[in-house]
Design a binder for this molecule. Structure first.
Ligand code: URA
Length: 487
């Protein structure tokens, strides 16, 4: 006669039915898993059943288990909470199989993406992650007020059982508020101190639209970029089913209809945007822009994008059209950006003083910059000047050339290396080229190269007086040249 099987083995041969709660019963699954592993029950002997009360054969999985915790490799432990919320009814059985194989020695199984079991579970994990992302991104609260005060309520229809997994994100974000999230499967409630879960909600339970919604719509309209309108991508990222709960989507059909026209306008308004990376294309774009006057050119500059977010405005050149002498600086500084006028900050004031000392009439001269926007780095409340790159200088060169065409000065003074780069297209050191210069790019126009006034400001005190005197000397020669050319 054969010896009786040990109890453990008898158990493992018996069929087990595990009863889990509807939705994502992570606690129940973990508890059942502990028992199944402790008892050595293979997956093919387990039936996973979903319901609220233990059935005829059901083992209520959430019943306290005395089985020891199962130590799983990290990738498996991490996969379980991401696969359990999936809608696939086989998710628990698949996870049990994975755990069983890993514990039987296939420790690196989760890394074998080609294994059909791993592949399927990975797809589940990705689908749940996507669903969580959508819920975090597309859920919109509506404000309401009842006897208990202000409350925010949202309705959302996830694809998977993710409410419990998604809720902590909203606790983090809206900790100070009182809110409820209603879904067809259950609801989550935060009272400012505790997160609780309750029965399903209905869309009709949502309070009527509020001022909050207009805010979302305004925000969306202001950030919508018509040039990037790609309906296919838009639908993939924000499927239509979410639209009805998102106030801002009411604006989408209108925005999409107007996108082509708005894109054309944008191209017209920002002709040099491609120049940041591709000057050749920018020049081609410019060719379509044919401003006939300095004012028309300035209107284009005014509407263009700044180099860095936060610049207040484009700072245009200043002075009479037909001025004999044009001064070209680098870019507006902090003061110029705030006031919208060139050379009004410390370096500009020094230039104006030196012009006066040298006998150059400021009012009769034209003052402008190679780059029309203030480029800076924010450090606390301070905005620290940043030198424009060669690419950025070339981005603005088209404008500078046209500007000088309209003003038609007889003499162009380059103040510092950036102006030299803009006017010549070459990085010529100021120290080498200081003095009279012919600008080949500007029909061989008479030029003069000198230092930038901000260079004088940066010198140590003991060197300032001499450098200033040399600068004024340069400007005296500029004045003389100007008189000769005007004669
Ligand atoms: N202010 C300007 O407008 N341009 C400069 O180059 C420096 C200061």
């Amino acid at each position: 006669m054969r010896a009786p099987l040990p109890i453990r083995q008898v158990e493992s041969c018996a069929l087990r039915t595990i009863l889990l709660r509807p939705g994502a019963d992570l606690v129940g699954f973990r508890s059942a898993l502990r028992r199944l592993v402790a008892d050595g029950v293979p997956p093919e002997r387990v039936t996973w059943s979903i319901g609220d009360a233990p059935g005829l054969f059901g083992d209520a999985a959430s019943a306290p288990s005395t089985a020891a915790a199962v130590h799983l490799p990290k990738p498996v432990a991490g996969l379980i909470p991401m696969a359990v919320p999936h809608r696939d009814p086989e998710r628990y059985a698949l996870l049990h199989t994975l755990v069983r194989r890993v514990l039987a020695g296939e420790r690196h199984l989760p890394e074998v993406a080609s294994d059909p079991l791993v592949h399927r579970l990975n797809l589940m994990r990705r689908a749940v992650a996507r669903d969580l992302h959508k819920m975090h991104a597309f859920l919109r609260f509506r404000r309401t007020e009842d006897a208990d005060g202000e409350r925010f309520v949202a309705w959302f229809e996830p694809d998977h059982h993710i409410l419990a997994a998604a809720a902590p994100f909203f606790v983090d974000r809206f900790r100070a508020l009182t809110w409820s999230i209603l879904t067809p499967e259950g609801s989550a409630h935060w009272d400012g101190a505790a997160l609780t879960f309750g029965p399903p909600g209905r869309r009709e339970h949502l309070p009527a639209g509020d001022g909050f919604e207009a805010g979302w719509r305004d925000y969306y309209e202001s950030t919508f970029n018509p040039a990037r309108t790609n309906l296919k991508a838009m639908r993939a990222e924000m499927p239509r089913k979410y639209w009805r709960n998102m106030p801002e989507t009411a604006a989408i059909p209108g925005l999409v209809r107007a996108a082509a026209a708005r894109t054309a306008q944008m191209i017209e308004r920002s002709p040099t945007m491609p120049a940041k990376r591709d000057p050749v294309r920018a020049v081609a774009a410019m060719a379509d822009q044919d401003p006939k006057t300095l004012d028309a050119l300035n209107a284009i500059i005014k509407r263009s994008e700044s180099l860095v977010p936060g610049a207040t405005q484009a700072v245009l050149g200043e002075g009479p059209v037909g001025a004999t002498i044009a001064f070209v600086g680098e870019q507006p500084g902090d003061q110029e950006d705030r006031q919208g006028r060139p050379f009004v900050g410390p370096a500009g004031q020094l230039l104006v003083r030196a012009m006066a000392d040298a006998g150059v009439d400021r009012e009769a001269s034209y003052l402008t910059n190679a780059v029309k926007h203030f480029k800076f780095e924010a450090r606390g409340k301070r905005r620290i000047h940043q030198k424009p790159t060669a690419g950025e200088v070339s981005h603005y060169r088209w404008w500078l050339d046209r500007e000088l065409d309209f003003v038609a000065p007889k003499l162009v003074v380059a103040l510092g290396a950036t102006a030299v780069l803009a006017l010549t297209g070459k990085a010529i050191p100021v120290t080498r080229a200081r003095g009279p210069f012919r600008f080949e790019r500007l029909d061989n126009r008479q030029g003069f190269i000198t230092v930038h006034p901000s260079y004088l400001l940066r010198l140590p005190d003991e060197a300032k007086a001499e450098a200033y005197a040399a600068f004024v000397d340069d400007l005296r020669r500029v004045a003389e040249l100007g008189r000769e050319l005007a004669a």
